[in-house]
Write a protein that binds this ligand. Structure first.
Ligand code: DGY
Length: 338
């Protein structure tokens, strides 16, 4: 019996490819440089499935050029690179990889927020440059995390895991804004309080962004929103770069209208806005919030589980549209690389 053909569009753990080879004829693109849209189209022709990440753009045009495609399985939780409606309309199953990265990503978001508030990167660069001459009372004095107000925009799984760290570990007051409120029994253990977006911006000492990237959340933090924030506040983004207007952020940071920022994601990544690079009060990391070895392995294995299920008559573990209805309605638009 001929096996289904799949493309693994990324360099991933070899043992996960070996698992896929037990079920499929696998074409493995074993490179870190992403496939161009044209290369992706050519390599996907005649394949029934693709193991992909958040980088490959799965568009209606690509689906039309690859009519044999039956399953798109992502190793990422974010799926703004996939036209979910176009996939559903063509009967192409789509899955992402939630849950397995929640705690690791929350750890990193918290670390980035702390690094920005306590000026860790900035002070390390100072030390490495040999600029440290004497101890001073105000040397890199930053903002406290413990006892402060943590603001969370987007209260899904990762937002809740961050809230737990803030409330239980650091005695923070937790406020959040999300389209839907958590149930009282979810809010209570976190002491989390739903507030309007404007209240969130005005009250947070540390604001962290963990909402999905959709046309509605594009530049949800821009100049008017930044103007509502405290001058002493920090902003941390582990969602997608496009949720923040980076020029407006750089302006606010440069003028001291915001104390500091921690950014793991960028609108044109891997290109970084030069205005951000020129600032000391921003901690910049290369989209690594979920990058612990066990978690990256778990993300890859979950995508493989989904691909195997989708093409062998099983049920995907974390399908987005398996039952004919999309799990989350996310209108697609070409929104850059994020
Ligand atoms: C995700 O899983 O969406 C992470 O941001 C990695 O892309």
């Amino acid at each position: 019996m001929t096996q289904p053909k799949v493309l693994v569009a990324r360099r991933i753990f070899p043992e996960v490819v070996a698992r896929l080879r037990e079920h499929f004829e696998v074409d493995w693109y074993d490179e870190n440089e992403p496939l161009s849209p044209e290369q992706l189209r050519r390599r996907l022709a005649g394949k029934q499935g693709v193991f992909a990440s958040g980088t490959e753009q799965i568009t209606a045009e690509l689906l039309d050029a690859c009519p044999d495609l039956r399953a798109v399985c992502l190793m990422t939780v974010g799926y703004n690179n996939v036209d979910l409606a176009a996939c559903s309309a063509r009967g192409v199953k789509v899955s992402n990889a939630p849950d397995v990265l929640t705690e690791t990503t929350a750890d990193f978001g918290f670390a980035l927020m702390m690094a920005a508030a306590r000026r860790i990167s900035e002070s390390e660069h100072f030390l490495r440059r040999g600029d440290w001459q004497q101890w001073r009372v105000d040397l890199f004095a930053g903002a406290d995390i413990h006892g402060s107000t943590l603001g969370i925009l987007g209260m899904g799984r990762i937002g809740q895991a961050i809230a737990k760290r803030g409330a239980l570990g650091f005695g923070m007051q937790v406020i959040y804004h999300n389209r839907s409120r958590l149930a009282p029994e979810q809010e209570a253990p976190l002491g989390a309080r739903w507030v309007s977006k404007d209240e969130l911006l005005a009250q947070a000492d540390h604001l962290i962004l963990v909402l999905p990237y959709t046309p509605e959340s594009h530049h949800i933090i821009a100049a008017p929103e930044l103007a509502l924030m405290k001058r002493t506040a920090t902003l941390t983004n582990i969602a997608r770069g496009g949720v923040v207007d980076e020029d407006a952020l750089a302006q606010a940071l440069g003028e001291g209208r915001l104390a500091a920022a921690g950014l793991d994601v960028f609108e044109g990544e891997p290109q970084i806005n030069p205005r951000l690079l020129a600032l000391n009060n921003v901690v910049l990391t290369p989209h690594i919030a979920s990058a612990s070895v066990p978690t990256r392995r778990a993300m890859c294995n979950l995508a493989a589980d989904n691909l195997i299920a989708a093409l062998t008559g099983g049920e995907m573990v974390t399908g987005l549209n398996g039952g004919g209805t999309d799990r989350q309605c996310m209108p697609f638009r070409a929104l850059g690389n994020s």
